[in-house]
Design a protein around this ligand. Structure first.
Ligand code: AMP
Ligand code: MG
Length: 341
């Protein structure tokens, strides 16, 4: 941890935000900033620091992935409309090299996806070795919107919590660190953010008239989220519930959780799988002037010699004794006396 990090967090987010036994979503003040004792300005400064750290760790992860390390990271972002999932993708994930990141948004399943098990599309979207995968919504929609809207029979969605736990256990065993973040805004804040989407033409594209029926079922969603935390916050893949009325806090918290997960992976730079000294020696041998350049250099020598009136032997070699008369001998020819192009 950096100094600012130590000073400003009284309790780090991986402790204060974790949904453990007895966790009650209803008790979470969405405008609170659990564990944080710094200012908003401190938060911005720390976020920038975390960005550089995360960026280096991500490059190490990527480099190791190229050299056979199978590990990866999966950040699952859940939250109701306007909770700020897109902002996390842009402002937190945006701080690392996009080449190492795969972001995926999950909407209603396509016809093809509906023909498969609900985890089929999720499985296919998992990050490969060395990658950071980001799920903007996820398999949890299959026990959230699906449960609230009654899109499948109750027995089907009830069975899904255990299926999800089993699936995630396998994914973790395969070398993927899963970080599950639920961004939680208040009902009032959601209303304000939806209104802003209507008020500002540049935000109309984010507004979906279907968000209102969802908002009307607020309590049902809170209950469905509570069930998710009760039943799927496992030791292998715990949930972090993040009060998200303050965007700066939510972004900082996710950045911390992701950075800490990367730190815990002990990501050394991958060792060379070749002999560094031998390669250095071979490279050094390539540093002598290539033939094309030696020809140019020879030409220049000859021109200088001519200007100075030095007699130059056709085969190169050291210039002979200075002579008073200019001599074009050897000019434009290679060592064998042939005309060069
Ligand atoms: P957005 O993330 O704003 O693009 O919205 C995506 C929409 O897709 C949300 O309304 C989700 O509830 C919905 N969605 C995501 N996954 C599923 C699913 N498995 N079944 C039904 N709807 C889903
Ligand atoms: Mg939306």
């Amino acid at each position: 941890m950096t100094t600012l990090e130590e000073r400003a967090w009284k309790t780090p987010p991986w402790e204060s935000l974790r949904a453990g036994p007895g966790f009650r979503l209803a008790d979470v003040d969405r405008a609170s900033t659990p564990g944080w004792h710094g200012s908003k300005k401190d938060a911005e400064e720390l976020l920038a620091h975390l960005g550089s750290e995360m960026s280096e760790l991500q490059e190490r992860l990527f480099a190791r992935g190229r050299k056979g390390d199978q590990r990866s990271v999966l950040l699952v972002l859940q939250g109701l409309d306007t909770a700020g999932k897109g902002g996390i993708a842009r402002h937190v994930i945006g701080m690392v090299d996009p080449q190492g990141v795969v972001i995926r948004n999950f909407g209603p399943p396509s016809l093809e996806e509906r023909e498969h098990h609900f985890l089929w599309r999720i499985h296919r979207a998992l990050p490969g070795a060395g990658r950071i995968g980001v799920f903007d919504r996820s398999h949890y929609e299959d026990v959230l919107v699906v449960r609230v809207e009654g899109l499948v029979p109750e027995a089907t969605w009830q069975a899904r919590y255990a299926e999800i736990n089993g699936f995630e256990e396998d994914v973790v065993a395969g070398g993927t660190t899963i970080i599950k973040c639920a961004l939680m805004v208040s009902h009032e804040e959601q209303g304000a953010r939806l209104l802003e989407r209507l008020d500002r033409p540049e935000k109309h594209w984010k507004y979906n008239p279907n968000d209102l029926p969802t908002r009307l079922r607020w309590d049902d969603y809170q209950e469905a989220y509570q069930a998710v935390f009760d039943r799927t916050s496992t030791p292998e893949a715990p949930w972090y519930v993040i009060p998200a009325n303050h965007k700066w806090y939510a972004r900082l918290a996710v950045a911390e959780l992701l950075t800490e997960a990367l730190r815990r992976m002990s990501l050394e730079w991958p060792p060379a799988d070749f002999n560094v000294d031998a390669e250095r020696a071979k490279l050094a041998a390539t540093m002598v002037t290539p033939s094309r350049r030696s020809v140019q250099a020879e030409d220049e020598d000859l021109e200088h010699a001519e200007l100075a009136g030095i007699d130059v032997p056709a085969e190169g070699g050291p210039p002979a004794v200075p002579s008073q008369k200019a001599n074009g001998k050897g000019k434009g020819k290679d060592g064998n006396g042939k005309k060069r192009p």
